[in-house]
Design a protein around this ligand. Sequence first.
Ligand code: AMP
Length: 216
Amino acid sequence: MRILFLGPPAAGKGTQAKMLQERTNVSLLVMGDILREAIQKQDEAGKELEKYVKQGVLVPDPLVIQIIMHRLELTEKSSPGFLLDGFPRTIQQAQALEKAMQEKNWRLDYVIYYKLEDALAIERIAGRRVCKKCNSIYHIKYNPPKQENICDSCNGELFQRSDDKEDVMKTRLSAYYEKTMPLLSYYKGKGILIEINANNTIEKVSEETLKYLKIF
Ligand code: AMP
């Protein structure tokens, strides 16, 4: 199974990706997590990436394409198939992925688009909290941890991503509308786009995701 997840920040892609990984064992590659791990190293490459992520603008295409292609090759070597969350985010990235997949004879099965209303995106981003240790995602109102600020899965400490704060969040949303929205017609044209209403609860969205992917 080879799938892409599309949608605005806080549409619930990360939560659904984790659910699907647990259900199917598919290899999960989350572009934002990969970039944040690289940034944590604080070497030259990490510092370069940080400049973009901090501001909420997209990292230049050649950089992200190089990073993800390397990870995809490693992933496919250990077990075929992947679920990509957060890549591609521009037409140029989509074309690079398509070319690489054609060369390797990997077929893209589905692109799932989690559609979310603007007002909800803003509310969800503002209340999102992430585990420092395992990257599990919570929301202070809609999906709170059992114990305040502590991850249910690993007891790690929860924090608010600095790019989830209001000013940066707005830049991220405009990058999404300008650069990523065009991917919807790109994949619609290929007949592999599935649209899911992400305004619903996590449980309902999971149910729809599994139904469309025919996982029972
Ligand atoms: P996310 O965790 O998916 O919201 O991503 C956090 C940040 O990482 C984004 O605001 C971008 O700065 C950067 N980023 C993630 N994925 C990509 C991508 N495919 N292309 C360019 N930049 C990206």
